[in-house]
Design a binder for this molecule. Sequence first.
Ligand code: F6R
Ligand code: MG
Ligand code: MG
Length: 368
Amino acid sequence: MSEKITISIIKADVGGFVGHGDVHPALTEKARERLAQAKADGLLVDYHIGKVGDDTSLIMTHNKGVDAEPIHKFAWDTFEAMTEAAKKYKQYGAGQDLLSEAFTGTVRGLGPGVAEMDIDERPSEPIVCFLADKTEPGAWNYPLFKMFADPFNTPGLVIDPKMTDGFTFEVHDLIKKRKLLLSCPNDYYAILMFIGAPSRFVIKHVFRNVDNMICASTSTQRLSLIAGRYVGKDDPVMIVRAQSGLPAIGEVLEPFATPYLVAGWMRGSHHGPLMPCSFSEAHPTRFDGPPRVVAYGFQLADGMFIGPRDLFDDPAYDEARRKCNEITNYIRLMGPFEPHRLGLEEMEYTTMPQLMEKFEDMFEPSED
Ligand code: F6R
Ligand code: MG
Ligand code: MG
């Protein structure tokens, strides 16, 4: 029996405990109360609260489709209720991701991140919800490409007949606000030209070529592009479906064995390695980091979340974490120098323009 269901993750940082490292239980409790009520009222089929660092994800199933106003409004109101608690306990940056005074029909463009997909639930529906802190949406480009296009990561692309036609990637240009569909293996080289520039080009959705089934969805909101200034990091989320003609869970997790470099660490202004960690270790401290990713594994059962399993809670990822620390020790030695610090274009969204302005009049023509 297949049933139409929508999976929505709507996330925000509405106050950090302590600084930008964790979420105070009072905020999580507020979210839990509201989610339980929404389920009792029939707005939601089911829910789970996800956390990484100072970000809370409302992981929800419902029958209202993607971009549904009642769901987005519920999430917005929940973040506002959490903000009240954050203010009461003087949490750091209370309400920081709520960039608008009021809800305007969708949370898109208002600050929170959103990843959603409508699915026909398969007879068995394993999904992974990835949540990251201290980074930006382009951080998902590398693992999504590895999962759905690289046979060295995903032997299923060679072995499973449902996968050999490949996958299509919907790539969004965040600067020009336009999108492009690129199909692998045909566009294997071209796509890398785009997604290799993750600050601008991000993978929003992945579809299976043989039947156009949706396989992955990410949050692509960039706070600095919405606000025009630095207001905390986007800290993106993504939903990935797995198994049975899709990458196996192990193929979905495999890209994270390499602690690849992402942007967004310390003041949103540094590159650093992405550390896959268990729920209990998802609280960045060193230099406000390093950036973290957690993986919530669920089996869906008629829209109910069976789980989660804490998928990076596995000694097989110890080596990635160790390597992360090694890279951290090395890259920190560069202090304020690029490429540890982000390039000038990205620094435009920090206090860099003010600094430039301050020194503008002191510049003199040079001879070279
Ligand atoms: C937040 C982050 C942190 C802050 C830093 C300074 O996402 O990455 O590194 O940018 O702690 O925060 P402020 O400027 O609020 O003191
Ligand atoms: Mg924060
Ligand atoms: Mg955060």
